[in-house]
Design a protein around this ligand. Structure first.
Ligand SMILES: Cc1ncc(COP(=O)(O)O)c(C=O)c1O
Length: 464
């Protein structure tokens, strides 16, 4: 997307959301260039683009004015049909920016690696790497290492979900689990349902598979909007939903058991499959692990996807899907793509999980993340004006900040990158034309001197 198109889109949103009223004068080209940081030429192109769309009109020597356009409210439109999705190029640029070590990683999706690599894990990896049989491919071919699958199945039973290891397929991380599940359940042209704000991997998968996406907005209080869901499934022939209900990325909410139960009943009644993205399932801050939708699923409508990426490290690339009757289909798909997941790492994780190390590690990780998230929350909410809204959800390591309506998160993301500070802009998580007023901050880094300087720069920039 060109800069002028980005600017035109954010101005379009301001007009459509009623921020500027009909016939109100827009900032002059020079003022707009100063506030947005774009060149005069870019601003002029954006204004001309908006004029061509009939959203603004010009009056000789007086400047540009807002035309009469209907005001749209994102929360009124409960169902949005996206027949064409183009998000890859934006994500590609974002991923490049988080690879740059000079950039403070508030924009990263990965937890601080220093919290993940425990000494025991390192020891286990070193020990296991000495045994030749750990490199053999046969035992690690789909559905994956049997010991590892047994241990994962045990973790399900700890939550009252009876699981047979044969229901589980080991995948190359959670993203592979999501992609394989979606591929197994859909064909190009099928309708799927996503939350309006969701991990960009879901949009990418939909784009890749040529699916039609219906999206529903989050419920501002409960996270998941059951009424919007009912509305969507009665209006569209939805085949599969892909949802995050625990420790939602990026917003942070966890949906209540009552809502999960209602959703499970609806899935069963309407015969709709759910691919549940639960890669943050272990990062709750309370005493009890939230239940997954799999718990409420009596009839096998749910495929539960998770991974060790957020607890042990995304570099291991080990995830899984509780695929049930789709296990074999998913294995066929794997044999056509990744063949198998790294055998040494599968063996080493099986060894590591078979002791109590993982539980101890998780306990420590949760309490550190809880402490850091609270510190960031307090720091940011003390120093930012009230027009910035931050909600503190008790899980994970992200804060999702709502900016005042006149701030465009995509521009802020770009401007902050120039100061070597990363943030994740809302544009990564919702379909392109929705809103541009959120940023996600990764709070898993101790607030040392450098992080504090970066936080202050971020705050200063947002205030300005
Ligand atoms: C919501 C969500 N789902 C899935 C993934 C992919 O996880 P993995 O690294 O295990 O592939 C991520 C990674 O950031 C994520 O945030």
């Amino acid at each position: 997307m060109y800069k002028s198109e980005q600017l035109a889109l954010s101005l379009k949103h301001l007009i459509e959301s009623g921020f500027w009223k009909a016939h109100e004068k827009l900032p002059s080209l020079r003022q707009q260039a100063n506030t947005s940081g774009f060149s005069l030429m870019t601003v002029m192109n954006a204004y001309q683009d908006l004029e061509a769309q009939g959203l603004i009109y010009s009056r000789t020597k007086l400047g540009y004015f807002v035309a009469e356009v209907p005001i749209t409210n994102a929360y009124k439109t409960n169902v949005i049909l996206n027949e064409q999705i183009e998000i890859n190029s934006l994500i590609f640029r974002y991923l490049k920016s988080i690879q740059n070590e000079n950039i403070t990683p508030f924009g990263s999706a990965f937890p601080n690696s220093q919290l993940l690599f425990s000494a025991k894990l390192m020891q286990t990896l070193a020990q296991q790497s000495k045994y030749r049989q750990n490199y053999e491919q046969m035992p690690s071919l789909p559905p994956g290492n049997i010991e590892l699958r047994k241990l994962i199945a045990q973790r399900y039973s700890m939550q009252g979900i009876q699981t047979d290891p044969s229901d589980i397929v080991i995948t190359s991380g959670g993203l592979d689990a999501l992609n394989l599940s979606l591929k197994a359940l859909t064909q190009a042209g099928d309708y799927i349902l996503l939350q309006e704000t969701i991990f960009y991997g879901a949009w990418q998968a939909a784009e890749h598979l040529g699916l039609k996406v219906i999206s529903i907005p989050e419920h501002l209080e409960y996270g998941f909007d059951v009424e919007a869901f009912k509305d969507a499934i009665t209006r569209y022939p939805i085949k599969v939903c892909l949802l995050m209900l625990n420790s939602h990325n990026p917003v942070g909410f966890t949906v209540s058991d009552e809502i999960k139960l209602q959703l499970a009943q609806l899935l069963h009644e309407h015969q709709i499959y759910l691919i549940e993205d639960d890669v943050y399932e272990e990062l709750y801050h309370g005493h009890k692990k939230p239940l997954s939708m799999k718990y409420f699923d009596q009839q096998n409508w749910v495929l539960h996807c998770s991974s060790f990426s957020k607890t042990l490290g995304a570099g291991f690339r080990i995830g899984w899907v509780y695929a049930g009757k789709f296990s074999e289909h998913i294995q066929h798909l794997q044999l056509m793509s990744t063949i198998s997941v790294n055998s040494l790492i599968q063996n080493a994780l099986a060894e590591y999980l078979s002791h109590r190390h993982y539980e101890k590690h998780l306990k420590m990780l949760r309490s550190t993340m809880k402490r850091l998230k609270l510190q960031y929350y307090q720091y940011l909410s003390t120093h930012l004006p009230d027009s910035f809204k931050i909600k503190l959800y008790p899980s994970g390591y992200f804060l999702w900040i709502s900016l005042p309506k006149y701030l465009n998160s995509h521009l802020i993301y770009q401007q902050l990158l120039e100061q070597n500070i990363g943030v994740a802009p809302g544009t990564l998580f919702y379909q392109m034309e929705k809103e541009y007023h959120h940023i996600r901050i990764n709070c898993s880094f101790e607030i040392d001197e450098n992080i504090e300087i970066a936080l202050n720069q971020l705050i200063q920039h947002l205030k300005e």
